[in-house]
Design a protein around this ligand. Structure first.
Ligand SMILES: NC(=O)c1ccc[n+]([C@@H]2O[C@H](COP(=O)([O-])OP(=O)(O)OC[C@H]3O[C@@H](n4cnc5c(N)ncnc54)[C@H](O)[C@@H]3O)[C@@H](O)[C@H]2O)c1
Length: 255
């Protein structure tokens, strides 16, 4: 895979998985734009990866805000004048042990604002750039939660189902113009989010791992194991992959 001269935006780049994706892109020659609502976390990723200004450009964004997304995309265009890859990783888990009748409505809306409308707004503002270039690749973050009906996480599960579906809508509108749109649906991944969810499970389960299905590999995925797939989907090697939802769960959903 060769991303020399290419510009890749990663939202949520301040987290463990975001940092792994940025590393995979920059190891293969890309200039990475690290977007996050937590500017310090994005700067930490740049420092940990030892990136210079050209290969690790930090842009603060709230993906749920239209004005913030527009301003962030404009900053990328002002600096580089092109966008080749967009990874919509930013997302929140919301409550994970709350039955539908107890689920806080404000939190349900927040989960949708960030996971669904954040992905929508980023695609809406980046697609015209890629269409004008006649090339580009977008990878959105679904989840096994968006494919199955796990208990206790109605907003998160539904938000990820929406992300997977929006991916198909956008992929069908593009594809023939050189712009591909795909999703990745991870199982458990060893990140801050995973550790926060285990904390939530402690309220209900004596051993929180009792509520974590890992499947035949008996371990969560590592951030770089997601990054490998994400960056492949953005690469020219995936030139005929459009509208897919790539399941990367170590087999946890095999039953
Ligand atoms: N960790 C898992 O087990 C797992 C499994 C399946 C899917 N996912 C999905 O992968 C993605 C990344 O998850 P993670 O585990 O790295 O989470 P994380 O919480 O460790 O990192 C998420 C990052 O997104 C940023 N963010 C949150 N709200 C934002 C906003 N409004 N605007 C911009 N940035 C914002 C956070 O600051 C953080 O740096 C999410 O979409 C998540 O739903 C995670």
């Amino acid at each position: 895979m060769d991303f020399t001269g290419k510009v890749a935006i990663v939202t949520g780049a301040g987290g463990d998985m975001g940092r792994a994706i940025v590393k995979k892109f920059t190891d293969n020659g890309a200039k990475a734009v690290l977007m996050d609502i937590r500017e310090e976390a994005a700067r930490r990723s740049v420092a940990l990866l030892g990136l210079d200004e050209e290969h690790g450009f930090v842009v603060t964004v709230d993906v749920a805000s239209e004005d913030s997304v527009k301003a962030a995309v404009q900053k990328v265009m002002d600096k580089y004048g092109r966008i080749d890859c967009l990874v919509n990783l930013a997302g929140i888990e919301g409550p994970n042990n709350s039955r539908t009748e107890e689920y806080d409505f404000k939190m349900a809306k927040k989960v949708f604002e960030i996971n669904v409308y954040g992905t929508f707004l980023m695609m809406q503002n980046v697609l015209p750039v890629m269409q004008a270039q006649k090339s580009g690749a977008i990878v959105n973050f679904g989840s096994v939660s968006g494919m199955f009906g796990y208990a206790g996480e109605i907003a998160y599960g539904a938000s990820k189902a929406a992300v997977i579906h929006m991916t198909k809508n956008a992929a069908n509108e593009n594809g023939g113009n050189g712009v591909r749109v795909n999703a990745i649906s991870p199982g458990w991944v060893n990140t801050e989010m995973f550790r926060r969810i285990l904390e939530q499970y402690k309220e209900t389960f004596e051993n929180p791992l009792d509520n974590v299905t890992l499947g035949p590999m008996n371990r969560p995925g590592e951030p770089m194991e997601m990054a490998n797939v994400v960056v492949f989907l953005c690469s020219d090697e995936a030139s005929y992959v459009n509208g897919s939802n790539f399941l990367v769960d170590g087999g946890m959903t095999l039953g």
